[in-house]
Ligand binder design. Structure first.
Ligand SMILES: Cc1cc2nc3c(=O)[nH]c(=O)nc-3n(C[C@H](O)[C@H](O)[C@H](O)COP(=O)(O)OP(=O)(O)OC[C@H]3O[C@@H](n4cnc5c(N)ncnc54)[C@H](O)[C@@H]3O)c2cc1C
Ligand code: FES
Length: 290
């Protein structure tokens, strides 16, 4: 983790009000793992408003660059959307606890701007598949070359126009099913319904591990579904983060178990943002964003 500057190499409006920035910063690109985030100062260096950094999941890494994808919501993201190719951003990255290594079978469940860290997880896992295939070919163990991870993605959004990262999943050969709130694409309903149906269809089998990111109500539903089916689940929580480095306690969420008062809360910025669902008290889980 380091405070540094990143040069904006590319800027695309990928959906209405959603921007993808390609940032040149070789150390961050080399170190970043899926689930980690960059803490970005949205403003230019010569102004002081908005004061605080905003957190964005790392979406992709390629060579010396890494990408973030954000939706314009408030002042911070509106300001960031005005930054242009060739400008520099003040960032602290990579931060936070990444997703655990993906076992043979996994389901990715993303809602809205929660999809980017899951696309990164899919890409990272496919890179590992490629490495294993190359090693097996080198060692002449061709019978093992078909051992790619079995991944499926469930992607939810308010409408068809806001479905994110579908091209990335297709390029990675990850089957993606979609759900939209308004029924303009895929299931007319919640992305959690796709997860429920998937787990129900596999009754009696060993369940895959679930990886999820999205708004808190969605994550609460994912946690409840996974608990019902006894499926292991990791979630990435999105919270306003004043410091991002564990100092201010501005990002806490209730823990499932606590040996003492200090352990009653977890700091999402350093204990997360990725956590196992059984680590959290979902009845009392509340963030300032959900
Ligand atoms: C780990 C993580 C990953 C995330 N990944 C993404 C992503 O990939 N894409 C995406 O679009 N969004 C992501 N978010 C959410 C993002 O960080 C912004 O919080 C969100 O977009 C709010 O937008 P804004 O800054 O424009 O809102 P604003 O309206 O500027 O801020 C929202 C409100 O919260 C307050 N606030 C803002 N920041 C802070 C802060 N740091 N501390 C205390 N109060 C604050 C503001 O004062 C305001 O009242 C992520 C958040 C986390 C924690
Ligand atoms: S943001 Fe300050 S402790 Fe987490």
């Amino acid at each position: 983790m380091q405070q540094t500057t990143a040069l904006i190499r590319g800027r695309d409006e990928v959906a209405r009000g959603h921007y993808r920035l390609k940032l040149l910063q070789a150390d961050v690109a080399a170190a970043a793992r899926a689930g980690q985030f960059a803490h970005v100062l949205p403003r230019r260096a010569d102004v002081y408003d908005p004061m605080l950094r905003r957190a964005f999941s790392i979406l992709a890494v390629e060579g010396d660059t890494f990408d973030i994808l954000f939706r314009v919501e408030g002042r911070g993201t509106a300001e960031l959307s005005r930054r242009r190719t060739g400008e520099e951003l003040d960032i602290v990255a990579p931060l936070g606890r990444p997703f655990a290594a993906v076992p043979q079978r996994a389901v990715l469940v993303g809602g809205g701007v929660g999809v980017p860290p899951l696309a990164m997880l899919a890409a990272q896992t496919r890179r590992e598949d490629g490495r294993h295939r190359a090693e097996n070919i080198e060692q002449n163990t061709l019978r093992q070359t078909n051992s790619s991870h079995d991944l499926i993605a469930f992607v939810g959004a308010r409408s068809k126009e806001e479905l994110l990262c579908l091209e990335m999943f297709a390029d990675l050969q990850v089957a993606a099913r979609v759900a939209t709130d308004d029924g303009s694409a895929g299931l007319h309903g919640r992305v959690t319904e796709l997860l429920e149906a998937h787990l129900a269809a596999q009754a009696g089998e060993k369940h895959p591990t679930i990886y999820a990111c999205g708004p808190l109500p969605m994550l609460r539903a994912v946690a409840a579904t996974c608990a019902r089916y006894n499926a292991p689940c990791q979630v990435s929580l999105e919270e306003n983060m004043p410091c991002g480095i564990g100092v201010c306690n501005g990002c806490v969420v209730r823990a499932a178990q606590a040996g003492n008062d200090y352990e009653l809360y977890k700091r999402i910025c350093v204990d997360g943002p990725v956590m196992w669902t059984h680590e959290l008290d979902w009845q009392h889980a509340a963030t300032t964003r959900g």
